[in-house]
Design a protein around this ligand. Structure first.
Ligand SMILES: Cc1cc2nc3c(=O)[nH]c(=O)nc-3n(C[C@H](O)[C@H](O)[C@H](O)COP(=O)(O)OP(=O)(O)OC[C@H]3O[C@@H](n4cnc5c(N)ncnc54)[C@H](O)[C@@H]3O)c2cc1C
Length: 482
């Protein structure tokens, strides 16, 4: 018997699933999230939120709650006492990396999703899946036993070991790294100054980053211990010794919240869509945490997918829109996998060449061009989709005539048409908001720009374009067709 039948079922209440549910529910789509854990996550894996992720959440009015729980770090270290990046060089309202435990991010996103109307059920595991042309059936194992659910679409946001990915038989190619990494959260009796600090030496790399509550994320790549099997017990004393040997100071860790010695992997799903089932976040791609991109990529997947799915469900999606999710996001993830792999190998190699490059990097870090090149990737601000000129680029936040900010006009998830008039664009007013900017978007940008609900330019030119190419047929037409 089918016990629930929403339009969309999101499997997994990690950051990707919760961000997606908040987006869909915010757009008025009936969405349920199913999570096999019976409780909220209490451990922090990801500990940073980068500027582009904050910008996306800002567009929906959801960033303030995160800022409240996080600690801005404008100058993260790059492995030497004199080497710090300067996020202040970036053109964004969020010119810092936010140090925030993943469980806090998840709480904020969960609240946002629930407030928007998503139903979130904990203690329910998806164990079976069948699909036909009209929908997807799921077998669920919950507190009351076995249930069956049906939805128009199912999104597997169920992490690295995704059940949904296995059930639709999508390969997850890649490899496991041989070296193990030490990570954990604890307090420090003798924290370094400044308190976000890192060093790379011949022995390895160690870094500490302070959370808002004065616990610290500690990360150690210790060449003398990286070959140990990942299940070797990890006493706090070992973390202390490795940190002291690499940082050159005893930070005296105590009160660990969690400590882990783990081997990471790098894997990428062969495809992100099988019929009415799609994959997002770690279920679609996973990589070494170097550079802190996993959570960012998952939330960006959610923003890219949500408005396309909404368009499909509401019946106005132009041909191929939903498939553009994979076409746009796959190369972004592939590039992230490539860059994080290089960065990890570079940070952990003991070769003469790697040591020389690290030395050169420490010298280059004082130049703005070098800083920008690195920050633009880490921050996610230069991430773009295919297109010429401005098309495919992120729109920066700019003042709008009347005293608002451009990003505030994305609150309800519509397209935004930047141009010469802010009069409602009948008959697309249910999908398009019109604004007039108080200052130019950027150098060389044409005066009329159509921006997608996820903040990327769909079209740029001198006249208002034929909107149906991006925003579908106007409402009356959709109704007549239906
Ligand atoms: C040690 C470590 C440190 C990291 N540091 C960073 C960092 O600094 N910055 C960063 O950006 N990223 C970091 N990451 C990566 C980041 O944690 C992940 O990319 C992120 O959690 C992915 O989110 P997700 O929602 O896609 O998947 P997950 O967070 O894994 O969530 C998946 C959810 O699905 C649920 N689930 C699984 N199967 C089922 C099922 N059959 N039915 C119902 N529910 C199911 C799971 O219980 C889980 O809650 C780190 C990862 C690790 C391991």
């Amino acid at each position: 018997m089918i016990t629930l039948s929403p339009r969309v079922i999101v499997v997994g209440a990690g950051p990707t699933g919760l961000a997606l549910a908040a987006e869909l529910a915010g757009a008025g789509i009936d969405v349920h999230v199913l999570e096999k854990r019976s409780h909220k996550a209490a451990l922090s894996r990801a500990f940073t939120m980068e500027p582009r992720t904050m910008e996306l959440l800002d567009m929906r009015g959801r960033v303030d709650a995160l800022l409240e729980h996080g600690r801005p770090c404008q100058h993260p270290p790059v492995g030497d006492e004199n080497g710090y990046l300067d996020y202040g060089l970036l053109d964004t309202r969020f010119a810092f990396s936010l140090i925030i435990p993943q469980h806090r991010t998840e709480s904020v996103l969960q609240e946002a999703a629930a407030e928007a109307g998503a139903v979130i059920r904990f203690g329910v595991e998806v164990v079976g899946l069948r699909q036909d042309e009209l929908g997807v059936d799921l077998d669920l194992l919950g507190p009351g036993g076995v249930e069956t659910a049906r939805a128009d679409y199912v999104i597997g946001c169920d992490g690295v070991n995704s059940t949904i990915r296995s059930l639709v038989r999508v390969e997850f190619d890649g490899w496991n790294y041989e070296d193990s990494v030490i990570m954990g959260d604890c307090r420090l009796r003798n924290p370094p100054v400044p308190n976000a600090y890192a060093r790379i030496t011949r022995r390895g790399m160690a870094a500490v980053f302070p959370f808002q509550d004065d616990t610290y994320r500690v990360i150690v790549f210790d060449h003398e211990r990286m070959k140990l099997p990942a299940d070797t017990p990890l006493p706090l004393e070992e973390v202390r010794e490795s940190c002291a040997a690499i940082l050159g100071m005893d930070v005296e860790p105590y009160d660990p919240v969690w400590l882990s010695r783990f081997r990471s992997s790098q894997r990428h799903a062969k495809k992100y869509r099988v019929g009415r089932v799609l994959l997002a976040g770690d279920a679609a791609h996973t990589h070494i945490p170097s550079g802190g991109q996993g959570l960012q990529t998952g939330i960006q997947d959610a923003f890219n997918l949500a408005w396309k799915l909404r368009a499909e469900i509401e019946g106005w999606a132009p041909e191929g829109l939903l498939d553009s999710y994979e076409a746009e996001r796959y190369p972004i993830a592939a590039e992230t996998l490539r860059k994080t792999d290089i960065s990890f190998r570079f940070e952990t190699s003991t070769s003469f060449v790697a040591r020389t490059i690290r030395w050169v990097v420490q010298k280059l870090v004082r130049f703005d061009w070098f800083q920008r090149a690195n920050l633009e990737h880490l921050s996610g601000l230069t991430l773009r989709y295919p297109g010429r000129g401005w098309v495919g680029r992120r729109v920066p936040d700019r003042p709008v005539t009347g005293g608002t900010r451009l990003y505030e006009h994305f609150r309800d998830g519509k397209f935004v048409l930047i141009g010469h008039s802010d009069a409602p664009l009948v008959p697309w007013a249910d999908r398009v908001t019109s604004v007039v900017l108080a200052e130019p978007l950027g150098r060389g940008c044409p005066p009329v720009v159509l921006v997608r609900p996820d903040g990327y330019v769909a079209w740029a030119g001198h006249e208002v374009p034929a909107l149906n190419q991006w925003c579908g047929e106007p409402r009356e037409h959709v109704w007549r067709e239906a």
